[in-house]
Design a protein. Structure first.
Length: 156
């Protein structure tokens, strides 16, 4: 354990391979980290490698309409609701085959802020119900800051 951190392992996530064995994890959480890394494809391949088949991957990242994405000088990329489609079977862009890492999309949404009242939760429900329409037509009118994904690793 690092004395300056509660982490058991500290490593540079821009350097591959990560210091974990193949199939070591059932759950991987990427909470506001992917937007800071250099090689998203390489990172997703490492997540795929260290996760077991069926492992859940939880991702929280800034949406492209978020002013907070552009304010932080350490951010390298914003995300859209289809940013992981290149890794997901059956999507329009999966055929580009940038990687052999495969995932199943379990959920993508714009979560309402903590403590949101009924009206705000209703707006988020509408946005999430019509997520493609929102992203293509309303994202810069009603910008959202946080985008949430749940993915599942598919190795079989």
């Amino acid at each position: 354990m690092n004395p300056r951190s509660a982490a058991d392992v500290i490593c540079d996530l821009n350097r591959f391979p990560y210091p974990f064995r193949e199939g070591a994890f059932d759950l991987l959480i990427c909470d506001h980290i992917l937007e800071h890394l250099d090689n998203l494809i390489g990172v997703m391949e490492e997540i795929y490698r260290i996760g077991r088949d069926g492992a859940k991957v939880v991702v929280r990242v800034p949406h492209f309409s978020s002013v907070h994405f552009y304010e932080d000088p350490t951010h390298k990329r914003p995300f859209a609701t289809h940013s992981f489609d290149y890794f997901i079977e059956g999507t329009k862009v999966r055929g580009f085959n940038y990687s052999d890492a495969r995932f199943k999309l379990l959920r993508v949404e714009f979560p309402p802020p903590d403590g949101a009242g009924f009206l705000k939760r209703a707006v988020f429900w509408l946005i999430n119900r019509h997520i493609d329409f929102y992203e293509k037509r309303l994202a810069f009118v009603l910008p959202r800051h946080l985008l949430y994904f749940e993915l599942e690793i598919v190795k079989r």
